[in-house]
Design a protein around this ligand. Structure first.
Ligand code: DGL
Length: 284
C-alpha cells in the first residue's frame, strides 16, 4: 500500500528528465521527487528496445526500493517501448510522456487552425522513439484528423548532455533535422525527447526561419505534470503536508555526479541539491 506522503520517482537516461521535474515541482508544490539520471548509460535513444526495457526495469526497481508512490517515466524512448512492461511489473501508478506530448500537440494544432489551414504534426525524437511509431499511435488515439511526420534527431542528446545548447553547432544540427519536416508543411513541432526542450530557443528560431512564418514548438513537460497532478488527486495520493524546499528533490545518477549537479543547478536554479552516485549493476 503506497502512502500519500511518499515521494514520486522520476527517471531518464540523463539530464533531459529534469525538464519534466521542473514542471512537476512547479505544478505540485507539496510533492517530493527522487530523480534518477542513468548517466552511465546515456543515450538510450540509439539502443534496441530490448536494451532500453532492461535499463528501464533496473531504474524503476531502484526507485521502487526507495518507497515511491508513483513512477514518472520522463523519457520518450522508455515511454515508447517499455511503459506497458513497467505497468505489468510494478504495482504502482506509472506515467509516461508520450500521451501528454500528443495532447499538447493537438492543443497547438487546434490553436493554429483557428486562423490557418491544417498541416501535419512534426515530431523530433530519438531513433528509438521514431522507430517505435509511438507518436503517430498516440495522436491517432486522440484524433484521426492529423498526419504525423517524425524525424530522428540523434545528435541533439549529446549536444544537450555537453551543455552545447546555443551557437552555430546546435543551429546547424537542428537545421538539418528540421528541413524535411518544414518542407513537408509542418508548422507545429513536438519535442519528442525530454532533452530537446533545452534546445527550444534554437529549435523555435530555426523552424520559423525555415518556414518564413511562426512555427509552434511544444513539449510534454507541462502536460505530463498536469496529468500527474490529476492522477494523484484521483487516487487520493496527494501529499498533504508541505515539504521544506531543501527536501523537495533528491538527485541520483549512475556516473559523474559533480557535472550533473552543475548542469542541474544551471537548469533548475540554485535549489538543486547535490547528486549522489549509485550503482545499478547491484540489484536493488
Ligand atoms: N530524454 C530521453 C528521451 O526523451 C532519452 C534520450 C536518450 O538518452 O537518447 O527520449
Amino acid at each position: 500500500m503506497v502512502h500519500p506522503d511518499a515521494p514520486l520517482g522520476v527517471f531518464d537516461s540523463g539530464l533531459g528528465g529534469l525538464t519534466v521535474v521542473r514542471a512537476l515541482l512547479a505544478q505540485n508544490p507539496h510533492e517530493r521527487i527522487i530523480y534518477l539520471g542513468d548517466t552511465a548509460r546515456v543515450p538510450y535513444g540509439t539502443r534496441s528496445p530490448e536494451t532500453v526495457i532492461r535499463y528501464a526495469l533496473r531504474c524503476a526497481s531502484e526507485l521502487r526500493a526507495r518507497q515511491i508512490k508513483g513512477l514518472v517515466v520522463a523519457c520518450n524512448t522508455v515511454s515508447a517501448v517499455a511503459l506497458d512492461m513497467l505497468r505489468v511489473e510494478f504495482d504502482l501508478p506509472v506515467m509516461g510522456v508520450i500521451e501528454p506530448g500528443a495532447r499538447a500537440a493537438l492543443c497547438a494544432m487546434q490553436a493554429r487552425e483557428r486562423s490557418r489551414p491544417s498541416c501535419p504534426i512534426g515530431v523530433l525524437g530519438t531513433q528509438g522513439t521514431v522507430a517505435s511509431g509511438a507518436y503517430p499511435r498516440a495522436v491517432a488515439q486522440l484524433s484521426t484528423r492529423y498526419e504525423v511526420r517524425a524525424q530522428a534527431a540523434p545528435l541533439l542528446v549529446p549536444l544537450v548532455e555537453e551543455g552545447w545548447v546555443e551557437g552555430e553547432v546546435p543551429r546547424l544540427a537542428v537545421r538539418r533535422y528540421l528541413t524535411p519536416l518544414i518542407e513537408a508543411g509542418v508548422r507545429v513541432v513536438v519535442l519528442g525527447c525530454t532533452h530537446y526542450p533545452l534546445l527550444k530557443p534554437v529549435i523555435e528560431a530555426v523552424a520559423s526561419e525555415l518556414a518564413r512564418e511562426p512555427v509552434a514548438v511544444v513539449d510534454s513537460a507541462d502536460a505530463t505534470a498536469d496529468e500527474v497532478a490529476a492522477l494523484l488527486e484521483q487516487r487520493q495520493l496527494q501529499r498533504r503536508a508541505p515539504t521544506v524546499a531543501a527536501e523537495r528533490l533528491e538527485l541520483l545518477v549512475t556516473d559523474l555526479p559533480a557535472s550533473f549537479q552543475t548542469a542541474a543547478q544551471r537548469f533548475l536554479g540554485t535549489g538543486a541539491p547535490q547528486a549522489t552516485q549509485i550503482d545499478l549493476s547491484v540489484e536493488a
